[in-house]
Every structure is written in structure tokens, then in C-alpha cells.
Design a binder for this molecule. Sequence first.
Ligand code: NAD
Length: 477
Amino acid sequence: MLKVDSYIGGRSVQPGSGLYVDKLDPRTAEKMGEVANSDPQDMDFAIDNAHQALPAWRDMRPSERGRVLLELARIVRRSEGRLGALESAETGKPGGEMAALMDLTAQYFEFYAGLVNVMDGEVINQGPNYHVYTRRDPFGVIGVILPWNAPLHQAARAIAPALATGNTVVAKPSEHTSASLVELARIAVEEAGLPAGVFNVIVGKGSVLGPQMARHPLMRKISFTGGISAGQELGRIAAERILPLTLELGGKSANIVFDDADLDAAAKGATRAFTWNSGQWCCAGTRLLVQENIHERFLDKLVAEVAALRVGPQFDATSGPITTRAQFEKVQSYFEVAEREGLKPVIGGKVASGEHLGGGWYIEPTVYAGVHNHMTLAKEEIFGPILCVIPFKDEADALRIANDSEFGLGAGIWSRDIGRVHRVAAGLEVGRIVVNEYSGGFVQTPCGGFKQSGYGREQGIDALSHYTQLKSVIIRL
Ligand code: NAD
């Protein structure tokens, strides 16, 4: 049985209340462990530890900080199997997906460990009587609040730049997937040599700990990845405190297939776009816009690809279960919504069944065709393997439909016409566009939203500016 406590100040810390909540296994719906239900005093303790560790870490030369983070990356690579198995067990992700996710986790530490060596301010020429320069200072204690869909990858992309730039961190993983992050913090301190208190993990309910973190006077910035309503609540508290936030929220990304695309590749890509991680992916391509003149032909190819998916607990499954019971129930509720809106699934449309699935939270990958963009199914983020196929006439029509959304996180374009690709990319109101494949991009490419998908950016060089504050020094000589 898994027992997950917080990791604070370089040691495992039980909740002051002594209370734990059950952690259920997504593959069986049975209890697999217990997770600490930390209270506000535990949060105070974590923030105090991070605050005490700050001066020494902040004042270290960047190259020395980088060396520790590189060592952490090396240990993550060495422990890839163990960390991956832990994350796979708590999320239900197919084991075959884990090596790539652990590689990404290590890459964040490698990338920011190196980058911090060349993160300089600039000299601003104001003539011979002045010496003017800028420097980038850390914020201090940074809070990192995380969702459950890709725990270590999402943690690393915020924690690596935060630590590299000299901040200390209190991370709050989802209460559904805390074990892998606690283990990452432990190896960071106990094996990689990160000073105790620099990277702390507090485990418990977000509705209690999140607001408490934002209200704490020593908290200087929060990076939040999660849903809109928790993001809004944090935003209200942050407004009171003038607390800087990075908000990485949800999406309803359009994946646009033009008639000149490689339709076989597009059908494969469009399938992965909405079924990777069982659709529990912020950038999932869940509105598939298909040009009218290829609509029927393309739908046949798409359905053939979806029919070939392997849903289940096995190592090489293409889709695992939904990670939480509440999310499993939420995804099912959209089958009723679709029926009320007069939609019938072309494939899927129910909970997946079969002996090998036990009592797990599996959903059949589902495609609805003939969807209108104003329907609930096309407007709301479902966070499950449900796809809406929406026909369009031409380029202008595709852009109009794609941009007619409150979200603006990601998009895909499938076309061999390079002029069209650039025109459409310029017109899309989203933070990241992938062309002729549908992937999560790279550690080096910025990720973040337009509109209600959030603000601020993670990943890439630009993230460094979100974990530092710019200071000007003006010297009269
Ligand atoms: P969630 O908002 O329910 O929870 C996210 C985190 O916030 C958890 O740690 C939770 O405990 C905490 N939390 C809950 N209530 C809070 C509150 N009032 N104040 C502060 N923190 C609170 O989201 P989820 O269900 O865990 O994850 C799914 C959502 O995350 C989806 O909307 C998805 O699109 C989004 N997401 C976005 C990105 C991105 O990069 N933009 C990446 C992954 C997931």
C-alpha cells in the first residue's frame, strides 16, 4: 500500500492533523494507498522552510545551481524505471508511455541548468557619464500547483526554471497523484545534493491548501496548472495581494485538416490528438475541423484508426483509464449531453467493458460527427477521449470556427500548402500550433494560453523571465 506524506525541509513530514485520504487505483477502482491531508499549519511550515533556504540558494553562482540540477537530471534518468512505474501506477497511464515522459522530466532540468549560465542582464548605453545595466532577480519562495494528468513532466517544467533562477519552491501536486513528485523531491535532496528546504512538496487538498498558499505573506509568485475555476479563485486572491501568477489552464483545441493534407497521416495524428492519455491532455485536439470536400473520406480513415486502438491496463495499451473517479463520471455525463443535443457517436459512446478492464475507469474513444461549434460538446473542455468533428468550407471558415472559443491553448494544421499553413497559423488565437503532426512540442518551445487558457508561459527560454523580475541599475559615474 502506498503511503504518501509531504516532503519538507529535506525530510518526510506527516500531516499535523494526522488525517489521510484514500487513493484509489484507476485500473481497478480499489484502494491502493493513503495520501496525507495536510492542513494550513503544514503549509506554513513548508513556506517557512523554503524561506529559510532562500538566501543561500539565491546567492549561489548560477553555474553551481546548474550543476546540482544536472545531477538531478542524471539521477532521474538513472531512476527512470522506478519513477515511471510510480507515476504509471498513480495515474493509470500505460507503462509504455512512461520512458518518454521521464525523458522529458530530465530534459527540463538539463535545459534550465545550462540556460541559467547564459541568463544575463544587459548594459544599456547612456553615454560616458553613466553605467546602466539590468539584472534578473529571483522572486523568492514560489508556489507550484499541479494537476494530475502528467505529474512529473508538469512539475519539472515549472520547478526546473524556478530553481535554476534562484527561487525556492513549495510544490502542491494533485491529491490524486502526489507520490511521484514527493519521490522527485526526495531524490533531489538526498541523492542530487539540493540543499534541504529548496524544493518542498506539500500533499493535500487543493481547495484548502491552494488559497492558503496564495494568501501567505512570504509567497512571492505562483505557477498554477489546472482548471479554470481553481485558476479564477487563485486570481481573486492574487489580485488582493498583487501576487504574480502564471496560469496554465484548459483548452478545446482545434485540429484543422485541409483537403491537400496527407490524409492518412492526418487520420493517425487526429486520433492520437484526442486519445493520448485518454484525452486527459490540456492541448488535446478535441475539435477536429475537416474540409467539407474530404469530410466523408476522412471520417472513414479516422474511424478505422480509432477502431484499432487498444484500451486497457496493459503495458502497450494506446489508452489507459481516466485517472480519477470524479473525472470518469464527468466524461460519461457528456454522452448524455451529446444525446440531448441530437448527436450520435460514429464510434464509441460508452464506458469500455471487457474482462481485462476489471473495475477500472475506462472510456471508449468516441467520435461525434456533424457537430456544430455552438454545441456544448464543442464548447466545453471534457478532458476525456471524446472528439467532435466539425466540417468547414474554406480557410476563412476554418479560422472563424477555430477562433470561436473561449479557450486558446493549442491548435493543429494539416496541409501541404506552406502559404496556407503560415496564413492560418498567423490567424489562430492560440499559444501553440503544431503542423502536420499533433504533439506536445519540445521542452524548448513555449507553452501557454491565449484567452481563458491562461497567461504567462512555461517551457522554452522565455519561461526564465516568468521566474525572475527585471531590475535596472543606473549609475552616474
Ligand atoms: P484542478 O483545477 O481541479 O486542480 C489542479 C490543482 O489545483 C490541483 O493540485 C488541485 O488540488 C488544486 N486546486 C484545487 N482547487 C484549488 C483552489 N481553489 N485553489 C488553488 N488550487 C486548487 O485541475 P485538474 O482536474 O487537476 O487538472 C485538469 C485541468 O488542468 C484541465 O482543465 C487541464 O486542461 C488543465 N491543465 C492545463 C495544462 C496547461 O499546460 N495549460 C496542463 C495540464 C492540465
